[in-house]
Design a protein. Structure first.
Length: 222
């Protein structure tokens, strides 16, 4: 795919949840967050945006730090030590926190963790935790988790259902900035990029010329 031409953004618009997920995933691919954590982190950003926690703006603000480094929580037995808030944005480890919280609640019945900062990404976790049958309570420095009495709630809550039905309101300026960052994850248009899909490079007749990543260079006519 190639970047879209620049154009004047509308003052206000509504973005579908599907488009929001797509663009957020692309933006996260330009960071130091491990590929295996991108989908879970994307869902946290989308959940924050659909629940009025300004996930898009928060991600844009965090991009320089997210692109510079990624520190994982340190596990010491049943205790998880998260990086200090000034070391990196809480979004970098919010997916880890959610995984640990769900596992602890179902294994031990309840648990507490030191929160990686009082941050929008941490405040977006309770709706996601409920999908796994876990109630997550927050203070400025602590996350406490317990199993929900009525079990998992896999369907969308009221805020998510409203977003899926009517879209998410976003200012045109913010969305244009977000799309620009997302396009950094795309392969630049070139004669080579137009000859391959996935790992295979194809010739004019559809024959496979090589696999992406092979040592031998492949000449492609422009």
């Amino acid at each position: 795919m190639t970047p879209t031409p620049a154009h004047h953004a509308p003052a206000d618009l509504r973005v579908s949840v599907r488009e929001l997920r797509l663009m957020t995933g692309r933006v996260l691919l330009t960071t130091a967050i491990p590929f295996g954590s991108v989908a879970a982190t994307r869902d946290i950003v989308v959940c924050a945006e659909t629940h009025g926690l300004d996930g898009l703006a928060g991600l844009l603000d965090a991009l320089p730090a997210l692109r510079a480094r990624h520190l994982r929580p340190q596990l010491d037995g049943a205790t998880a030590q998260f990086p200090a808030p000034d070391a990196q944005p809480a979004l970098a480890t919010a997916a880890d926190l959610l995984d640990l919280a769900v596992a602890a609640a179902h294994t031990d019945g309840s648990a507490s963790f030191t929160a990686p900062g009082d941050d929008w990404a941490v405040r977006a976790l309770p709706p996601l935790a409920r999908r796994h049958g876990v109630e997550l309570a927050l203070t400025e420095s602590t996350v406490t988790v317990t199993p929900t009495p009525d079990g998992p709630r896999p369907g969308p809550d009221a805020a998510e259902l409203r977003a899926q039905t009517y879209g998410v309101p976003v200012t045109g300026t913010l969305w244009q900035r977000f799309v620009t960052e997302a396009e950094a994850a795309l392969t630049p248009d070139s004669a080579l990029s137009r000859t391959h899909a996935g790992d295979s490079l194809f010739g004019p007749g559809g024959e496979i010329l090589a696999e992406v990543g092979e040592d031998e260079p492949v000449e492609v006519a422009s």
